[in-house]
Design a binder for this molecule. Structure first.
Ligand SMILES: Cc1cc2nc3c(=O)[nH]c(=O)nc-3n(C[C@H](O)[C@H](O)[C@H](O)COP(=O)(O)O)c2cc1C
Length: 313
């Protein structure tokens, strides 16, 4: 294997650490000596829960961000072409290797966070996130062409919590959605889906934010009284915006991880058209995900498929 090909494979092994809906890992990569192509893997899109592959594209955007970061840290300048071929809409991006690059200490710190970052579905501490940390999270999203709207006041957190609760209720009544989710949770010894060990703790009924029911067998515990919430948005709502939101998502998550913050994404309001519209109207832009952010005891990383399973021949 040439140096560049092994570098590309190492970058792909970092890219697959990106978050994806229910750890479906809906991506495929084609590695070439001078470029990497990122494809949407249609066979891994949750067709009931995510009929337009919106959330899958957000996950692929997160993988794209991680791939760029890993290549940068291994000394490669990259040039990214998003959706480069209109006749092949599932070719999401082409990343050209474009000469040498000297990574910054901040990029190195973020690339180390790739391996520690995980979704934390446990209760957070009742400890406020300081302003400089919030500013850094918002900046991370802006650099990637998205916005992170942060909320920590009871009325605005309550309004978003209400939309999460409404959406969660609608989804819980949809048997096709419930069946589809069950196929991806409670897994043991698998390299995809959400394992029981990562399913967090059920919350007591007085908890403000309704987390997804992921089959945790643990007893319910009280959660933090008032979490910091973030709504990730873009101005438009095209496929390219979904990829920008995903790149911003991973930039925010890595920045949070490097700053010692825990995050759990909440996508119930995105999966119900009426609540997504209401959430988007509330923040004045197309909403892609809600993030619950705070300080917490770290949880566990979830497995990924090996690179050999996600690289096309
Ligand atoms: C678009 C998107 C939506 C997600 N929605 C939720 C959610 O509603 N609830 C949740 O607990 N996790 C959610 N997640 C987190 C994934 O379940 C998680 O990334 C995946 O299981 C891999 O685990 P990791 O983030 O710990 O690596 C979402 C992730 C993405 C990218």
């Amino acid at each position: 294997m040439s140096t560049t090909v092994s570098t590309v494979h190492a970058a792909i092994s970092a890219a697959v650490r990106a978050p994806s809906p229910f750890n479906t890992q809906p991506w495929l990569f084609a590695a070439h000596p001078d470029r990497v192509d990122l494809w949407l893997d249609r066979s891994r899109v949750m067709t009931v829960t995510d009929p337009d592959a919106h959330e899958a594209r957000v996950g692929c955007g997160a993988a794209l961000h991680t791939l760029r970061l890993a290549l940068a840290v291994s000394g490669h300048r990259t040039e990214v072409h998003v959706l480069p071929d209109r006749t092949r809409p599932d070719l999401l991006a082409t990343v050209l290797l474009d000469g040498k690059y000297r990574p910054t200490p901040h990029e190195r710190a973020l690339s180390e966070a790739v391996w520690r970052r995980h979704t934390n579905r446990r209760p957070f501490l009742d400890r406020p996130v300081p302003s400089p940390a919030k500013t850094a999270l918002m900046r991370a999203a802006t650099v990637e062409g998205a916005q992170l709207h942060l909320m920590d006041q009871p009325a605005e957190v309550g309004a978003v919590a209400d939309l999460v609760r409404r959406a969660d209720h609608v989804l819980s009544q949809d048997s096709a959605h419930v069946d589809e989710v069950h196929a991806w949770i409670g897994r043991q010894g698998r390299s995809d889906g959400v394992p029981v060990a990562a399913s967090g703790r059920p919350s007591t009924p007085d908890t403000l934010i309704v987390l997804r029911e992921l089959g945790s067998p643990a007893p319910a515990v009280p959660f933090e009284r008032l979490p910091l919430l973030g709504v990730l948005t873009t101005v438009g709502d095209t496929h390219s915006d979904h990829l920008a939101a995903g790149q911003a998502l991973q930039a925010v998550l890595l920045q949070a991880c490097a700053a010692g913050l825990a995050v759990s994404p909440l996508s119930q309001p995105i999966e119900v058209p009426a609540t997504r519209d209401a959430l988007s109207a509330h923040v004045g832009a197309a909403a892609h995900l809600v993030l619950r952010i705070g300080y917490g005891h770290s949880g566990t990383t979830t497995p990924r498929r090996p690179v050999s399973e996600v690289v096309l021949d």
